[in-house]
Write a protein that binds this ligand. Sequence first.
Ligand SMILES: NC(=O)c1ccc[n+]([C@@H]2O[C@H](COP(=O)([O-])OP(=O)(O)OC[C@H]3O[C@@H](n4cnc5c(N)ncnc54)[C@H](OP(=O)(O)O)[C@@H]3O)[C@@H](O)[C@H]2O)c1
Length: 309
Amino acid sequence: MRALLVDRSTPTGLRLGHVPDPEPAPHQALIRVTATSLNYGEVRFGLQEAPDGAVLGWDAAGVVERAAADGSGPAAGTAVVTLGIDGAWAGLRAVDTDWIGTAPPGADPGALSTVPVAGITALRALHRTGPLLGRRILVTGATGGTGRYAVRLARLGGAHVIASTGDPDRHGDSLRANGAHEVVAGPLEVREPVDGVVDLVGGRQLVDAYGMLSQGGTLVAVGHSAHQGETFPFGALFGDQGRHDRSIVTFFLPACTGLAPDLTWLAHRVAAGELDPQISWRGDWDGAADAIDALLHRRLHGKAVLDIA
Ligand SMILES: NC(=O)c1ccc[n+]([C@@H]2O[C@H](COP(=O)([O-])OP(=O)(O)OC[C@H]3O[C@@H](n4cnc5c(N)ncnc54)[C@H](OP(=O)(O)O)[C@@H]3O)[C@@H](O)[C@H]2O)c1
């Protein structure tokens, strides 16, 4: 099969080549991939750490080529969205049926391919903040792939949504159109305490956002793009009046269980147009290096999608 391979002898570190087809385990289905979307983590760390010849890629949409031998998961011919720890940048991938959601036939695979990492992370992080209806939710890094899903989903859930971006002048309109009630240039601009935070940036923003939590509030530490440590000033962790019982919880998508129903639910919302994945770069997979460069240098705000020929 054709695949996008890690190859450090090329200027981009990637090369389109051929590798043997994957051999699925009994609990895995073989998927014919039609689109993949890029994620910050896989391009920031995966490309640095993977050996030459590796096939990276977490997100893929496609069609079941061969159903799992153990009878689990969808039948051959079903449109699907899939998550894996590698193998999405290829014509075929083998995926655990726990990490496969189904999609309506005819839906745009490019839009569907944004669901697995960004959509599921946003959904599960919001679940961890607690109930949404009538509550105030802050999303940092709101212009990114995960942030845009988090803003929209929090709005659909009935929250008052505050979106934080480094550049509100540039991104304010699109964030409000996506569901944000307020757009701020950082957590310190938030005027009233919030009940939950989905933090996609880390570092100073995490510390500042924690300071905005109301009593009983939860901050979900999802992303660490700032590459900064988190140092809390003296008194920040006091539990006094109005600030008692606040939590910070970590998040790790691969450890989440029961993902198939959530993948299916999100895929149907995207297909119905209720969730807009906010694709900001789309092209053939031989343009992957351009999209990766834009993502790594903060020029890409939304999802990058590669169509797999
Ligand atoms: N823990 C997990 O399991 C898990 C799962 C999924 C994602 N993540 C992490 O969550 C984060 C967001 O993922 P994503 O796919 O949405 O990434 P993304 O598309 O790159 O978006 C991140 C957003 O954060 C802001 N940002 C980027 N670099 C920054 C910096 N140095 N300082 C401050 N703000 C910065 C940018 O917004 P502005 O330019 O508008 O400020 C950007 O749009 C990443 O760190 C990713 O690795 C973790």
